[in-house]
Design a protein around this ligand. Structure first.
Ligand SMILES: C[S@@+](CC[C@H](N)C(=O)[O-])C[C@H]1O[C@@H](n2cnc3c(N)ncnc32)[C@H](O)[C@@H]1O
Length: 284
């Protein structure tokens, strides 16, 4: 059983208040960021996509001022972490979200699925993004999460929005197996596809494809270019590098006939950057 601030080795997580900024700093030997590569701020972003072999510098460096730092312990419960971030979450969802954390962190001991292994990082990154995404989906939509990894955002959407018909896919079989096991442990009505997104949308139709950190804009549009008849829109959670990614996609001619709208934007906690959710649709 994992708890905030727990875990093996010398890992220790602390929330640090510096001036008015609430930041989280992982106190351990690792220098790995807890942000997927395409969610990092431009200064420390890596070019590689996907989670295999991604290296990164600490993304969430504190915003410092002259006020001395005050260290407070990491949240000991999911509820505490949610309250600290002042997020609004349906209380009925919290036990299942907590069960998801336990299942994910259990699997993470066996295979690399996430760097968010405390309640605070889970809330600041995974839950925050998923809540914003959940707000954008209509009642009872058929949704496919592309490159779900450890289940973000797909499993969180299924918990937060039980009206949705959620599918998730990942091209790495061992990750899909882990997610399938979590789905069974949590009794979630989620279909897990151990496949590339291209193969899933070749067979099935969805209202929305959703994704975080599975690929840059050019990669996503390349994977999907022959399958627009299989979905209405793509919603991609992105960090500030999305502007450069859009430039590259335009340069490669991948944005022809595509309409891009920034449908959500919110601060990335502990950084001066912002996360966005981009909606891609194609002229019919
Ligand atoms: C960095 S992980 C992101 C995981 C999760 N979405 C998150 O934000 O924490 C990217 C995932 O995309 C998967 N992936 C890469 N290309 C894919 C494709 N064409 N179809 C489905 N999954 C893919 C990788 O196997 C990997 O698990």
């Amino acid at each position: 059983m994992h708890r905030a601030g727990g875990g093996s080795g010398s890992r220790r997580n602390e929330i640090i208040y510096e001036g008015r900024a609430l930041v989280a700093r992982r106190i351990e030997s690792s220098t790995m960021s807890d942000l997927p590569a395409d969610r990092q701020s431009p200064d420390n972003a890596e070019d590689s996509q996907g989670d295999e072999g991604t290296t990164a510098n600490a993304a969430a460096e504190p915003i410092t001022d002259s006020t001395p730092a005050v260290t407070v312990p990491a949240s000991q419960s999911l509820q505490e972490a949610i309250e600290r971030m002042e997020l609004t979450v349906d209380p009925a969802c919290v036990p299942q979200l907590d069960a998801y954390c336990q299942a994910l962190w259990g699997w993470n001991e066996k295979i690399n699925l996430t760097r968010h292994t405390t309640y605070d990082t889970f809330v600041r990154r995974d839950l925050l993004d998923s809540l914003h995404l959940a707000d954008l989906l209509a009642e009872s939509e058929d949704v496919l999460d592309i490159g779900t990894g450890g289940g973000v955002p797909g499993l969180l959407l299924a918990i937060l929005r039980p009206d949705l018909n959620v599918h998730v896919c990942d091209s790495v079989a061992k990750k899909s197996r882990a997610v399938d096991d979590m789905v069974k442990q949590l009794h979630l009505p989620v279909a897990v596809h151990a496949s590339r997104v291209q193969d899933v949308v070749d067979d099935l139709r969805f209202h929305s494809l959703v994704t975080r950190a599975a690929g840059n804009i050019s990669q996503l549009l390349t994977w999907l270019k022959d399958y627009w008849m299989s979905f209405d829109r793509l919603l991609a959670i992105k960090g500030p590098r999305w502007v450069d990614e859009r430039g590259e996609a335009r340069h490669r001619g991948l944005m022809n006939q595509i309409t891009l709208r920034r449908v959500a934007a919110y601060p990335m906690p502990g950084t001066e950057s912002e996360s966005v959710i981009l909606q891609f649709t194609r002229e019919r």
